[in-house]
Design a protein around this ligand. Structure first.
Ligand code: NAD
Length: 241
């Protein structure tokens, strides 16, 4: 069966009403990235960070999947699809896609502040507590394992991304098609995935403002996710059936 990787970024969810942050002067919903998406910002003002993600949680709970999410779900029903996303929203899951690989975490989970990245470099341990939430995390919500403050399960700039390199190497030889959608391909190390799959013959990229420099050998489809993804699914279905 044809095996497809779909690698998505914030643009996939833009038409569901969740803004991207590139193109808005590096601000995410009006906030400088360093204030709300870095370990230093967390250290300086955890209340501001928790308030920011509480708003994102509320916003994302109220958003619905769009035609592109549903098209990916349809694709997964026809072919063997591995969905890798930089998004922290769960709209792919809401559209019926199972096993989405969230490189940058999920808005509906929290974790101990000593989970990856936060401890000083000389720390010889970290806490692996991570759990689903039903309401936003507050200051004073403490880790049941080690008693430290809980924080959003979001990978911030300067923190390690769980790239699952072994899994990537395992699936690489079997991949027939790569689809990139709605990402500036500027956020590393996630953007390296496009290079990792460079040997895949059939490659597509959907974005209204594609980052051409990062996309050699791609069939670039310049346009909006909701218009172009359903068309691409039909094209792949016709081509591979
Ligand atoms: P980005 O903001 O850097 O880039 C977004 C890309 O989406 C751009 O290339 C833009 O041209 C494209 N785009 C805009 N509207 C589109 C549409 N209708 N259809 C298709 N593409 C469209 O996003 P990124 O590269 O994903 O990196 C930003 C980081 O910020 C992510 O890693 C993520 O963790 C976080 N983020 C997540 C969300 C979310 O979960 N929905 C939203 C904002 C930011």
């Amino acid at each position: 069966m044809t095996k497809i990787v779909v690698f998505s970024g914030a643009g996939l969810s833009a038409e569901s009403g969740i803004p991207t942050f590139r193109g808005t002067n590096g601000l995410w919903e009006g906030h400088p990235i360093e204030d709300i998406a870095t370990p230093l910002g967390w250290k300086r003002n955890p209340q501001l960070v928790l308030d920011f993600y509480a708003q994102r949680y509320g916003q994302m709970q109220n958003c619905q999947p769009n035609a592109a999410h549903f098209a990916i779900s349809k694709l997964a029903a026809i072919f063997e699809v591995v969905c890798i996303t930089q998004n922290i929203d769960t709209l792919l899951e809401k559209a019926g896609v199972n096993d989405v690989w969230h490189l940058h975490g999920r808005i509906d989970y929290h974790k101990c502040e000593w989970h990856f990245g936060i401890p000083p470099l000389d720390a010889d341990w970290q806490c692996d507590y991570r759990h689903a939430i039903t309401q936003p995390t507050k200051l004073g919500d403490l880790c049941p394992q080690c008693g430290r403050q809980l924080r959003p399960d979001v990978v911030w700039f300067g923190e390690a991304v769980d790239m699952r390199v072994d899994d990537l190497y395992e699936i690489l030889p079997q991949i027939d098609v790569l689809i990139g959608i709605g990402t500036s391909a500027l956020v590393y190390p996630a953007a390296n995935l496009l290079r990792f799959f460079a040997g895949v013959k059939d490659k597509y990229f959907i974005d209204p403002h594609p980052n051409y420099d990062a996309l050699p050998d791609f069939n670039i489809i310049q346009g909006a996710a909701t218009e172009e993804m359903p068309k691409l699914v039909e094209l792949l279905r016709a081509k591979n059936s």
